[in-house]
Design a protein. Sequence first.
Length: 574
Amino acid sequence: MAEHPLKWQSGGITEGASRAPARAMLRASGFDREALARPIVGIANTWTEIGPCNYHLRELAASLKDGIRAAGGTPMEFNTVSISDGITMGSAGMRASLVSREVIADSIELVARGNLFDALIVLVGCDKTIPAGAMALARLDIPGVLLYGGSIAPGHVQGRDVTIQDVFEAVGAHAAGKLTDAGLCEIEERACPGAGACGGQFTANTMATACEFLGIAAMGSGDVPATDPGKQQVAVRTGALVMDVLHHDRRPSKILTRAALENAIASVAATGGSTNAVLHLLAIAREAGVALDIADFDRISARVPLLADLKPGGRFVAADLHAAGGTRLVAKRLLEAGALHADMLTVTGRTLGDEAAGATETAGQQVVRSASAPLKPTGGLVILRGNLAPDGCVVKVAGADHLTHQGPARVFDSEEEAFAAVQGGRITHGDVVVIRYEGPKGGPGMREMLAVTAAIVGAGLGDSVALVTDGRISGATRGLMAGHVAPEAATGGPIAAVRDGDRITFDLKGRTIRVEISDAELASRLARWTPPGARYADGVMGKYARLVGSAAEGAVTSAAHVTERTDQKSGVGA
């Protein structure tokens, strides 16, 4: 039998007399001669029963397989790890979250290389699985598609929609005596009604949106909520799509260009998305060999209007965006604003402009504003620099109403210390909470500070207290909260020298963040600074701490050299 023309790689496993042992083992797994004669499509599934974000992905993978088989391919499913940020938040377990991004990407790469798949679908759900899937596709550069499992439906409490964000903020309100035990229990029990990733424009939905604007996921595929009956048909179509991608040799290197990354940044800015997108898009760019700098986020966000009224800073959840017209509608609005590269290729074979042209807006929807009447004239991300963060830090202004702040530092060397202070009523109006030694190396793993930031909001201090950390800021955070301070404290960054009572100034218009001490005093303190001992000396956490780079470069463990490709174009808002 002649080898199938699309088995450009898997024939090394399945073809010829010498491969009889491999075929014998694959037969034992249910693959007959006909199945092995077809192109082999790997399905990297991030299913887990620990948490709702990925809980439904086994069923979705079955529909993917149906689509692949109907289009002439043979699917082979495998699994990888997943850590839920919402579950581990505020605990030592949260240190594993960002580490898992590298492990997921590495494991997908290993299985795909080991089995010589001809194409690959990455099925993702919670926060780190999405960028990890895109990173793996970029590394492998084989025909592939990313599919997001979709958002959870909102919960309902006393006639209003609620999400996991409301539960975290309820903890702060409960500690401040503003919510009863029964009230906290009611929100806890109703906030998460079933499968799907966290419901606002938090990190999962932000990165799902960004991947559609990158072109590595089909436009609109992530919009459909996890429990919507139409989600299975999305999976069937995605299975057929990956075979089309394989047939036309539509590789990530043709899609993940500089212009595509700028489109993704614009989508984050326009939807008030998570600051974690800065880390993840920098990491994806590095894997794709595309030059991208933290300053690019500020440049693009400054010229992109905030269009989507989504939680945590707005009123609506992801399911509302789907009902309003979805990511296609956001893309159409950004094109109308002149804020996208419309000619960028996507996995469907159509350009981003073609996809946007197919947008259907629901009459009377209030989720996505017009380009002429945005929520704000500029996007949701700001990069601040100054003597406290020479390499930059990130603020999400979509959820912040005050653009300047000066107050005394309240310094904590761990998230737990800061959380205890907020819960104990030791943080007051005007303070600047400083949480350090939570960066990529110092954590290690760069924990999110949602437990602290939500407790501040829940205590009624969201409009009068600021926060700065070398850790991460959750996608569900709102208020004047600066994360990703670089260099981090564990490497001797200036945040390590801040003392209780030092005045810290935020100036979002001026894009600065400063500790109000002299350069000489700052240098003197840093000269006397000694690094703390490592929290983990060995194991995966110790290995990560030794290898990981700065948050300003995506907190990646890869030493890959980035070179500008000749096919890149830039200039959105330039």
